[in-house]
Design a binder for this molecule. Structure first.
Ligand code: NAD
Ligand code: UDP
Ligand code: UDP
Length: 338
């Protein structure tokens, strides 16, 4: 395999060539931080399938080796256990920066968004790689504009319980733009809206994974607050397609990547009931502080400039996730018997 080739998209070994998508015939060297996680592992599948040489950097905080087992032994794949809060030296052409404690249960713990992003930008600067940041719709906070377009600056409580995530990602966007303006780094920014699919963490507290796991375990679906708050749910393969188009394209962004189909949490509970168990009960719980009341992406910009839009509806995507959860949960109950 060729992991030493220089001159492909974004340059290698400090050579700054501006060839989008890389020189044909040369294997691209791509780092995916957070590649053992939910979104990252699906992205790795696509990059490997395309013939890239992929290095995953992940501290396994919420990621799982299981998500990548099928690539172990492939000479074009490497898994490095490393916390991106610490510097790292690699020679690569592209960096997809996903590492982040992304779920509400975990994201309070860690300065990954700021320190990790800084280190990956430093790496991009040293080797002339192109850098893609996975930011989030949370940068819009509890939005006063609906649906949210990229031009909206957001409504975020800087001292609230969610702020290390929201503000961490906002800072990450700022760092990316500063490295772009100050050091000429090629950056790309995606603002990802709620995404679901196979390999999601079973118990990280996000609503789709909670409802699906609860319905399969014959537990009540926990609806927080009155259940009238809305979200827009995107299937993971649509997101990965959008991320790859963004990386290969000529536009910095930010770009909203999400599915504009908007659901209240009660409507989501209903879709889960229809898909898994019509008799599943609903149990109301107090809502978390600063919970955004509604969220729906305006994706006009991604449609126009990336030629991208989602293709999988919630009713099509949910059964694919349920099949994966069913299998993983059956392993869980076998484990508890033995
Ligand atoms: P995930 O938790 O499944 O994946 C995150 C990965 O990052 C995990 O494998 C974890 O072990 C790793 N990680 C965390 N801290 C790290 C560190 N300090 N060093 C190295 N690795 C570290 O979450 P995901 O849903 O796959 O999210 C991926 C990215 O997409 C995140 O940046 C997240 O903020 C963003 N995003 C996701 C969603 C969504 O709905 N899934 C929405 C908006 C944004
Ligand atoms: N960095 C890294 N890998 C590299 C280059 C830099 O992890 O290949 C880290 C570096 O340790 C620093 C951060 O990225 O903490 C920012 O690097 P930069 O060169 O931009 O800043 P400086 O070191 O000049 O403050
Ligand atoms: N939520 C819920 N039940 C759950 C988990 C979450 O009703 O078991 C609600 C939560 O209050 C929020 C919405 O679902 O209004 C989406 O929550 P999630 O944490 O999945 O995503 P985010 O708030 O980051 O969009």
């Amino acid at each position: 395999t060729n992991t030493g080739g220089s001159g492909s998209g974004g340059g290698g070994g400090g050579i700054m060539t501006r060839v989008p998508g890389g020189v044909r015939g040369k294997r691209k060297r791509v780092v995916v931080t957070g590649g053992a996680g939910f979104v990252g592992s699906h992205l790795v599948d696509r990059l490997i399938e395309r013939g890239d040489s992929v290095i995953v950097v992940d501290n396994m905080f919420t990621g799982r080796k299981d998500n990548l087992l099928h690539h172990i032994g492939n000479p074009n794949f490497e898994l490095i256990r490393h916390d991106v809060v610490q510097p790292i030296l690699l020679e690569v052409d592209q960096i997809y920066h996903l590492a982040c404690p992304a779920s509400p249960v975990y994201y309070k713990f860690n300065p990954t968004n700021v320190m990790g992003t800084l280190n990956m930008l430093g790496l991009a600067k040293r080797v002339g790689a192109r850098f893609l940041l996975t930011s989030t719709s949370e940068v819009y906070g509890d939005p006063l504009q609906h649906p949210q377009a990229e031009t909206y600056w957001g409504h975020v409580n800087p001292i609230g319980v969610r702020s290390c995530y929201d503000e961490g990602k906002r800072t990450a966007e700022t760092l990316a733009m500063d490295y772009h303006r100050g050091a000429g780094i090629e950056v790309r920014i995606a603002r990802i809206f709620n995404t679901y699919g196979p390999r999601m963490c079973l118990d990280d507290g996000r609503v789709v994974s909670n409802f699906v796991a609860q319905a399969l375990r014959k537990e009540p679906l926990t609806v927080y607050g009155d259940g009238k708050q809305t979200r827009s749910f995107q299937y993971v393969s649509d997101l990965v397609e959008g991320l790859m188009r963004l990386m290969e394209g000529e536009h910095i962004g930010p770009f909203n990547l999400g599915n504009p189909g908007e659901f209240t949490m009660l409507e989501l509970a209903q879709v889960v009931q229809e898909t898994i168990d019509p008799n599943a009960k609903i149990e109301y719980r107090p809502n978390t502080e600063d919970d955004p009341h509604k969220r729906k992406p305006d994706i006009s910009k991604a449609k126009e400039l990336l030629g991208w839009q989602p293709t999988v509806s919630l009713r099509e995507g949910l059964p694919r996730m349920v099949a994966d959860f069913r299998q993983r949960l059956s392993g869980e109950s076998k484990g508890s018997v033995s």
